[in-house]
Design a protein around this ligand. Structure first.
Ligand SMILES: C/C(=C\CNc1ncnc2c1ncn2[C@@H]1O[C@H](COP(=O)(O)O)[C@@H](O)[C@H]1O)CO
Length: 258
């Protein structure tokens, strides 16, 4: 056998796969948000709206029969073999053992680890990928994958098809997902669902700031903070999540429907 050919980067754009010189230098999101885009792009907005619609249609269609699910968020940069990777893997495994589908962003790091854990327990492993300029494709442990062009369509799927969020240490992407969930619950756009943060060492600084600055200044209420559960192990994370989901399922809606 001759020397192996170098692996070429694969870029997916909806159903289209691109390699080599065909890989674009900017994403669909970047073009949509660019205020200086040329006139050709402005004229294609009606068509773009149809494409946005199609992301919702495809997402709803693919996930409608998924069953009970929990989303797991966390850093795309968590290295394989690290304690955090193993923690995420155990979270995925334990959720699957409790018969919850595991939904992640379908990427590397914590996402890959949680999908891997779900597969190991023969559970349902879902990845909601996003088109990025440096995309690496859905991780190999995703059994049901959907690739989105738009972050906002993808975020809708996490909220609509999960009963709760488990959040491991992460960066901007993770914080965006965490605070999107917290805002939707606070504003009663969704029925309350549990948010479990894993890792006291990582999250305590943020929680202290939320309490000492945001709460102290009256920018949030005590109840907003109480919705954020803090744990340190995968076992606790899944226990707290399952218990909270159970409590919510048995909660009688109040007169305003919540
Ligand atoms: C940055 C790298 C890969 C990016 N690939 C991603 N694929 C899918 N989803 C992603 C990716 N990056 C971020 N996300 C979403 O945000 C969260 C993680 O972001 P963070 O900034 O790393 O905390 C994650 O939950 C995803 O939903 C390789 O270096």
């Amino acid at each position: 056998m001759g020397p192996m050919a170098p692996r070429r980067r694969t870029y997916r754009k909806g159903p289209v796969m691109l390699r080599g010189p065909m890989v674009p230098t900017e994403t669909t999101d970047a073009r949509l948000l660019d205020p200086a885009q040329d006139i050709d792009w402005l004229h294609s907005d009606p068509w773009r709206v149809m494409r946005i619609q199609s992301e919702f249609v495809e997402g709803f269609g693919a996930l409608a029969e998924l069953g009970p699910a929990v989303s797991v968020f966390g850093s795309a940069r968590t290295p394989e073999g690290s304690a955090e990777y193993e923690l995420a893997e155990e979270v995925g495994r334990r959720l699957a053992e409790r018969d919850y589908a595991v939904i992640t962003g379908g990427g590397p790091g914590v996402m890959e680890a949680a999908n891997k854990g779900a597969c190991e327990a023969e559970g349902r492993s879902v990845g909601l990928g996003i088109e990025l300029p440096f995309e690496q494709g859905l991780n190999e442990w995703v059994d049901l994958g959907i690739n989105f062009r738009y972050f906002f369509a993808r975020k809708t799927m996490f909220v609509k098809y999960s009963e709760g969020f488990i959040v491991l240490p992460g960066g901007f992407g993770t914080l965006d997902e965490l605070f999107e969930a917290a805002t939707l619950v606070q504003t009663k756009k969704v029925r309350s669902f549990p948010i479990v943060l894993v890792g006291t060492r990582y999250w305590e600084g943020l929680l202290t700031w939320l309490r000492n600055s945001m709460l102290a200044d009256g920018k949030i209420g005590e109840a907003d903070l109480e919705r954020l559960h803090l744990v340190d192990t995968a076992e606790e994370a899944v226990e707290v999540m399952c218990q909270a989901i159970d409590d919510l399922r048995h909660q009688v809606p109040t007169s305003d429907g919540w």
